[in-house]
Structure formats: structure tokens, C-alpha cells
Design a protein around this ligand. Structure first.
Ligand code: NAD
Length: 438
């Protein structure tokens, strides 16, 4: 392979970039590449997303609508379901989902299927990078053989392969795809160099090369497992604090004054999103291949997975104090997005809370200004369209499960019969004895 020619092509912005999977990760990445001057083709199996992109319609919160529209109009960005266009691309980033199956084991089928499609049309001198979060070893053990067998090409001789974890934090107003440092681990020194050069010409964040894809895969799991475990710790501490009559929130605020060695994590109704609740399972699954039990991680997941049920217990006690049974009580769940000010409800603990409330016989509605409806187990669940003093007063209990900035929580407190605030959004508001904080 002619590495110098490829580096020159990157410098001259003559590379055509392909992004496979146009979701929360892939679409912002495709937009950044196109904005940096690289003609970009997005691939997705969902016809609807492809049509939206080609019509210049944005559907991801972190993408600026006018950016997408202009790039499409200027011919810098297009989308397709036809993988034969892979043959036009010199750089391919794979950003497909990595969920769990019903046994909580890695469902790697999206990664496998998309790699198989890419392999059919892979041409020599192409850079392929997996960005989906996955277990250490995926790039070398799974992707490499699929690409080699499907294309008849040899990794390192005919094409470059690497892993570069995506770190997008939906809704983060400071760190976006563009300015977040990027870790790159590739098979061979040359692959590391060309892939890092490609990212450096698109992104503003530092590019941090590591010696192998497995290091990059593991570091991404470390980032997310670190969060999972610390949230588990604080959820456990929160339960103890409640028993002891201490506010865990005040404890955290005090601990936070230490200028070093402490990072604040907060309790809540459980873990949500496509990353933190799922990624550690990729590691625990892989660890078993080595006869290794990741006990700390598994214990943390037990605590976090138990948090929706714990919140229902607390809700029962709140209603009990008012001489009401949860069975038959009207409960309003405020927020189903898995975090503040976004429309993503994947793995949202609020949905587990709603399920548990139904299980114990409560009459449940939800309100979320970001999520008008959600789909769960093949069914569409619609939220109520607005909240007002009259509407709020009609519920026996309001459970706040997501803290959005565009909800009037003071109005909620002032008119609710009882409030259970699992996110501490009532901090700083005029609260009364009807409000209980997790
Ligand atoms: N969402 C986040 O905040 C975030 C952050 C960091 C890393 N990640 C990781 O990035 C990866 C993608 O996550 P996401 O949130 O963008 O998922 P997503 O569901 O929003 O998007 C994935 C896209 O891939 C498409 N797809 C599925 N199979 C395909 C195939 N065979 N060929 C082409 N397209 C296909 C889907 O139709 C979908 O549009 C996951 O591994 C995730 O863990 C996500």
C-alpha cells in the first residue's frame, strides 16, 4: 500500500468518507467529515433515515439543522441503503448498535452484518474503523476475518483497520464530536498513522494513538464501567443515607468541595442510555472466556438494576403515609428520557419505573416535553400532552424521574398531592412536606 499517497489524499481532502449507521453517533460524525471538506456517504439499513438525510432533514439533537441542509445541498453529504457505494469510499467508519440480547449477552449481529456488507465492496487502500462500543478483541477477532474473507484482501497489506471509540455525550453543550479527544488503536503502525491523520483533519480534539485496537476497545469500556460503578456506589450510599435520615445530596455537595481526588456522581431511578447500562456486560461476557469474574462490576449492576424497584418501594411508603395503597393510586411519572434535555429513551429507568408501577396496580401516566410517545415491547405508549396545576393536582403522586430544564417543577410542587423527586430537581425551590427526595 502507498501510505504516503493516502496521507497526501487526506491532506488534499480528496478522501471520500463513508459512515455506516446514521444514528446518534454516525450522523454527527458524517456531518463533521463533510464540514471538514470530505465528500461523505452515509449508509443505513433504515430507508426512512436515508430519505430524511437526502432531503436535508435532521433528526439528531446534536446536529445543527442548517449544517445538514447545506451539506446536502452542496453535494458534500448523501445517504444510501446501497452498500455498493462502499467501493467509492477511502475511509469507512462503522457506527452501528451494540445492544444486549434477551439473556443480557452482547448482540454483535449489527457489527457482524455491517462488516459483511462493507467486505463485499471493499477496495484496496481503504481505511476501515469500528466506532461501536464493544468487547476487547472485536476488531481483530471478528471484523478482520469478516473483511478479509468477504473481500479477498489482506489486512495490513491491502487495507487498514482500526478501532476508535465514539465518546459523544448527547446534549452536552461543551463537548461535541468535533472537540472531544479521540483514541485510535489500529492493526499495525501504518494503519495507526493514516487513521489518526484522517481524524486529525476532521476533528479539533487531540488524537491519542494507542498500540492496538484491543487497548482502544478496553479503554472505552473502562470509561463507561467507571461511571457504572460509581453510580452503583452512590445509589447504595443513597439507600443507606435514607435509612440513616441523612441527605445523600448534601453529602455529595460537601464531598465535591475537595478540589482533587473526588468526582461527583448522583443517585437516581437507575441507569439509562445505550452505553452505561449495557457496555459493562460486554466486558463481563468476554471475561468469562478467561475464567474471570468481574465481581465489582456485576455487583454494581445488581445495585443499579434494582434502583427502579427501590424507587417503587419508596413511592409505596409515601402513599402509605397518606393512607393510600399504591394499587389504584394515580401516579404521574415526570420524564422518560434517560437524561436531561434529550429525546433518547433507550434503556431509560423511567420506563422500568412505569412497568413496575403497572405491576403493583397503579394507574400511570407520564409527561415528558421531549418524548411525546415511546415504543416498548412492540407497543406505543403516549404521554399526556401538557401539565397544569389542575392536571398535577389530579394525581395521588408525581414521581420525577428525569430532570429537564423546561419543566416548571415549582408549579408541580405547589399543586401536587405528593412528590417523589428521584433527581433532586427540587433543590433550591420552595419545597413543602409533600416533597420527598430520593
Ligand atoms: N448514543 C451515544 O451516546 C453513544 C456514545 C458513545 C458510543 N456509542 C456507541 O456507538 C454505537 C452506535 O450507537 P448509536 O447511539 O449511534 O445507535 P443508533 O441506534 O442511534 O444508530 C445506529 C444506526 O445504525 C443503523 N444500522 C443498524 N444495522 C446496520 C447495518 N447493518 N448497516 C448499516 N446501518 C445499520 C441503524 O439503523 C441506526 O440508524 C453503539 O455501539 C454505541 O454503544 C453511543
Amino acid at each position: 500500500m502507498d501510505k504516503q499517497a493516502l496521507l497526501k489524499k487526506i491532506e488534499d481532502k480528496k478522501i471520500i468518507a463513508g459512515v455506516v449507521g446514521l444514528g446518534y453517533v454516525g450522523l454527527p460524525l458524517a456531518v463533521e467529515k463533510a464540514k471538514a471538506g470530505f465528500k461523505t456517504i452515509g449508509f443505513d439499513i433504515q430507508q426512512e433515515k436515508v430519505e430524511l438525510v437526502n432531503a436535508g432533514h435532521n433528526y439528531i439533537g446534536d446536529v445543527v439543522d442548517s449544517d445538514l441542509k447545506k451539506l446536502v445541498e452542496d453535494g458534500m453529504l448523501s445517504a444510501t441503503t446501497d452498500f455498493s457505494f462502499v467501493k467509492d469510499a477511502d475511509f469507512i467508519a462503522i457506527c452501528v448498535p451494540t445492544p444486549l440480547d434477551k439473556h443480557q449477552e452482547p448482540d454483535i449481529s449489527y457489527v457482524r452484518d455491517s462488516a459483511a456488507e462493507v467486505a463485499k465492496y471493499l477496495k484496496p487502500q481503504t481505511m476501515v474503523v469500528l466506532e461501536s462500543t464493544t468487547y476487547p478483541g472485536t476488531t481483530e477477532e471478528l471484523i478482520k476475518p469478516i473483511l478479509e474473507q468477504g473481500s479477498g484482501l489482506t489486512c495490513g497489506e491491502d487495507f487498514y483497520l482500526g478501532f476508535s471509540p465514539e465518546r459523544v455525550d448527547p446534549g452536552n453543550l461543551i463537548y461535541k464530536t468535533k472537540n472531544t479527544p479521540k483514541v485510535v488503536g489500529a492493526i499495525g503502525k501504518d494503519a495507526g498513522e493514516v487513521i489518526a491523520a484522517m481524524y486529525a483533519s476532521v476533528l479539533e480534539g487531540e488524537i491519542h494513538p494507542v498500540s492496538s485496537p484491543a487497548i482502544a476497545e478496553m479503554e472505552k469500556i473502562l470509561e463507561n464501567t467507571y461511571r457504572n460503578i460509581n453510580i452503583g456506589l452512590i445509589n447504595e450510599l443513597g439507600r443507606l443515607c435514607h435509612e440513616m435520615g441523612i441527605s445523600v445530596w448534601e453529602v455529595i455537595d460537601a464531598a465535591k468541595t475537595k478540589p482533587y481526588g473526588f468526582q461527583a456522581f448522583y443517585p437516581g431511578p437507575g441507569l439509562g442510555g445505550h452505553c452505561i447500562p449495557l457496555d459493562p456486560y460486554y466486558l463481563t461476557w468476554k471475561a468469562r472466556e478467561y475464567g474471570f469474574h468481574t465481581t465489582l462490576i456485576e455487583n454494581s449492576m445488581v445495585i443499579n438494576d434494582g434502583q427502579p424497584g427501590y424507587c417503587i418501594d419508596r413511592a409505596m411508603h409515601i402513599l402509605n403515609r397518606q393512607k393510600k395503597a399504591i394499587h389504584g393510586s394515580k401516579v404521574l411519572v415526570l420524564g422518560v428520557a434517560y437524561k436531561q434535555d434529550i429525546d433518547d429513551y433507550r434503556e431509560s429507568p423511567s420506563i422500568r419505573v412505569i412497568e413496575e408501577l403497572h405491576r403493583v396496580g397503579a394507574e400511570v401516566d407520564y409527561y415528558d416535553p421531549w418524548v411525546a410517545e415511546y415504543r416498548e415491547n412492540g407497543e406505543t405508549v403516549k404521554g399526556i400532552e401538557e401539565i397544569s396545576p389542575q392536571i398535577i393536582a389530579g394525581y395521588d403522586l408525581v414521581m420525577i424521574t428525569t430532570g429537564h430544564t423546561n419543566v416548571d417543577y415549582q408549579m408541580v410542587i405547589d399543586h401536587a398531592q405528593a412528590v417523589f423527586d428521584t433527581k433532586n430537581v427540587t433543590k433550591g425551590l420552595r419545597i413543602n412536606e409533600k416533597v420527598e427526595v430520593l
